[in-house]
Design a protein around this ligand. Structure first.
Ligand SMILES: [Zn+2]
Length: 160
C-alpha cells in the first residue's frame, strides 16, 4: 500500500492545514493506510479513535479535515482511508469525524456549509441516531451506540 505522502500533500494557509489528493480515485478505492505505530488511551487533535480506549496517532494524516459531506472515510477495522465518492486530482479530502470519534477532546463549530451540517462537531455520542445512520460508521461507534440505547432503556425502566 502507498504511504500517505506518496498519494497526498499537505497545504498550509494561515496555519490551517488541509490534505490534498495528488491523483484521482474511484469510489471505494483505498487511498492509504492509517498509521498505527503509536496507539494511545486518550484522544488528542492528532489521533483517530479505532476502538474503546484506543486512539492511533495519525501524524501527517491529522491534516485531514472534517466535513458533514465527506469524500473519504476511515475504515478502522482494516486501517485504511477509502474514497467515499469520486475524487479528482487536487481535491481537498475530508472525513466525518464522528464516524471514528465517540467523544472528542476538542469539539468545534463546523462551517462546511453542507445541507446536512451538524454544526457542533463533538463526537458521535452527541448526535441523534438518525444523523449517524446517514454516515459510514466504524464498528466501535456502533458498539457505543448499542450501549447507549441499552443504558437509556434501563434508565427508563428505573423511572417506571
Ligand atoms: Zn458541517
Amino acid at each position: 500500500m502507498t504511504t500517505i505522502m506518496e498519494s497526498l500533500s499537505i497545504k498550509t494557509e494561515n496555519k490551517f492545514r488541509t490534505l490534498v489528493s495528488k491523483r484521482a480515485y474511484k469510489k471505494g478505492e483505498v487511498i492509504c493506510a492509517i498509521p498505527s505505530e503509536d496507539i494511545r488511551e486518550k484522544p488528542n487533535r492528532y489521533t483517530v479513535q479505532i476502538a474503546h480506549d484506543k486512539h492511533t496517532h495519525v501524524g501527517k494524516l491529522a491534516a485531514l479535515n472534517h466535513s458533514c459531506d465527506p469524500n473519504v472515510f476511515l475504515d478502522t477495522q482494516h486501517m485504511e482511508m477509502v474514497a467515499a465518492r469520486e475524487i479528482e486530482k487536487g481535491d481537498e479530502l475530508f472525513f466525518f469525524y464522528p464516524s471514528t470519534e465517540w467523544e472528542m477532546d476538542a469539539p468545534f463549530i463546523c462551517l462546511c456549509g453542507s445541507a446536512n451540517c451538524i454544526n457542533v462537531v463533538a463526537g458521535a455520542r452527541f448526535l441523534p441516531l438518525s444523523t449517524l445512520e446517514r454516515h459510514y460508521l466504524n464498528s466501535h461507534i456502533r458498539d457505543y451506540m448499542v450501549e447507549l440505547v441499552k443504558n437509556t432503556k434501563n434508565n427508563l425502566i428505573k423511572i417506571k
